[in-house]
Write a protein that binds this ligand. Sequence first.
Ligand SMILES: Cc1cc2nc3c(=O)[nH]c(=O)nc-3n(C[C@H](O)[C@H](O)[C@H](O)COP(=O)(O)O)c2cc1C
Length: 374
Amino acid sequence: MPANPCKNIFSWDINNWKVSFLCIERNARKTGVFKQHMIIQNDFTKLLNLRYPIVMAPLFLVSNEAMVIEAIEAGILGCFPSLNYRSPGELDDVLKRLNKLLEERAGKQGTYGMNLIVQRANPWFEKHLEICISNKVPVVITSLGSPKSTIDAVHTYGGKVFCDVTNLEHARKCQEAGCDGFVAVGQGAGGHAGPYPLIILTEALKQEFPGTPVLAAGGIAHGRAMLSVLASGASAAYCGTRFIASTEASVSQEYKDAVVNYRMDDIVLTERISGTPCSVINTEFAKKIGTKQNWFERILSKNPRTKKYFKMLIQRRGFNWLEGAVKPGSYESLWCAGQSVEMIHDIKPVKEIVNQMVSEFEKAFAELEKTIIR
Ligand SMILES: Cc1cc2nc3c(=O)[nH]c(=O)nc-3n(C[C@H](O)[C@H](O)[C@H](O)COP(=O)(O)O)c2cc1C
């Protein structure tokens, strides 16, 4: 960990995580500016050398290199899906630039992770895994499928693999495959939301796998929510929807405004995009495509012979819908977002989102502290 820039540190340990309020920069006396720094430290932040236990989650068609750079500089784990870079050479170039940035930052806090859809229906999986290995991506997030081959491959060069899980059965398989931690995806999350409330899923994972870090995903867009998941045993807050409303996100202004203006009641789950329930804003276009597959689609998606190819087909159609909808002026508004839209009131740079969340966390923590009478 780099040398601490502050003179005075007040810190205490709670449930294996350490909150440090670091005061007065060395040059503050000269400049007259007294800036407060805080570090939140636990096993997860130590493992990846992060300043805060916050993950900017991978967002299909939304995440980009600029967002990841800002996240790294803010001291968190910034992630993106490999599928956002599908042109030849693009992914390799992005990874090389990000690795160069980490090299230049020489051990400063903050790093990046790449999401791989490990499902057989993903035609880019093998190619993207190969590029990931050749660039020694520090953190890989797997979703939708068996992560075994990815975990084995990423471990050969010392990378870490966290697996998206929505239930204990899948978590057991990931644990057996040797994952380094779970992303617990709870109800209300953006993307493929899970069936269980986050607080229950996190607790269930902690009970069954006490030593394995759990990154809590679903509904976190405020420092209070971050505090609550850390208190419930999670090692980090894994936030997606909040970062759609970031200045750097490469989506239309209409989409960002929708994240600010729509409310939690406007989020619905639709099977029509990928075959798996996916959360979207209930716009006119979302209403038009509906939420359920028709009987014919259901037969094709269950039949062992047609399953893989049919999934590829509907995912292609879903990608096209989403891809059209993130562009400015699109009349087909199909916008993926989670219920945390309720808590998002502005569009701001990634670094400010992180700083705001940390300040809210700090305030909520102090308020809570006051309620304890010793
Ligand atoms: C627009 C959007 C795109 C997403 N794309 C992906 C993806 O490509 N891969 C993935 O693993 N998860 C994806 N997710 C899920 C997020 O990584 C994360 O689990 C989720 O957003 C957390 O819940 P929250 O949105 O309530 O913060 C996506 C979510 C959203 C909102």
